[in-house]
Design a protein. Structure first.
Length: 182
């Protein structure tokens, strides 16, 4: 099966060296938390909230966009987890032999909550800030690839997460524009 073969190719990079395993775990597990911080700092500094004479007033003017970006990611993650409960597709280590993931995970595989959240976050930023948005999209792609290499997701889990994340970000932006930009 193509999905299994693609998974096995990327998973073959795991367990090759201490440094490569560390890098995979960093990209797949640790770095995503830093991305949340980076996104928040970017949105704050981009809008000069921290630099302004009255940060609370500046924040009040820009809070809607900041909430939109993080709401998109959180809403997408919730939807992904609901789909996981409904579909119940096992992770690679439960479907294939001799898979020893670099990250301990239980629960179901499809869609990837990480891929869904970070792509929704990236697209939500992209819809307001194209240049920065592209960087966050690239970061989301690396996180998804790291999740495959770490042995916790198939490619289809990641792609499904990306599609859901993109859809939720556009859906959220559509309603944001309807409500706040009359």
């Amino acid at each position: 099966m193509l999905n299994d073969n693609i998974f096995l190719y990327f998973y073959s990079f795991a367990h090759q060296s201490f440094f490569l395993d560390w890098l995979i775990v960093f990209v797949a597990h640790t770095f995503p938390y830093l991305v949340i911080l980076i996104a928040g700092v970017y949105l704050l500094f981009h809008h000069d909230i921290i630099k302004s004479k009255n940060p609370f007033t500046a924040f009040a003017l820009k809070w809607k966009e900041i909430v939109l970006v993080f709401f998109s990611g959180i809403f997408a993650w919730v939807i992904a987890n609901l789909i996981k409960i409904i579909i119940q597709i096992p992770r690679p280590m439960f479907q294939l032999e001799d898979i020893h993931p670099l990250i301990e995970k239980t629960g179901y595989s499809f869609p990837s909550g990480h891929a869904t959240f970070y792509m929704a976050l990236a697209v939500a930023i992209f819809l307001s800030h194209k240049k920065a948005g592209w960087w966050f999209v690239i970061i989301a792609l690396f996180i998804g690839l790291g999740r495959i290499m770490a042995g916790v997701h198939f490619l289809i889990d990641i792609l499904g997460g990306y599609v859901i994340g993109i859809g939720i970000a556009y859906f959220t932006r559509y309603f944001y524009d309807k409500i706040f930009k009359k």
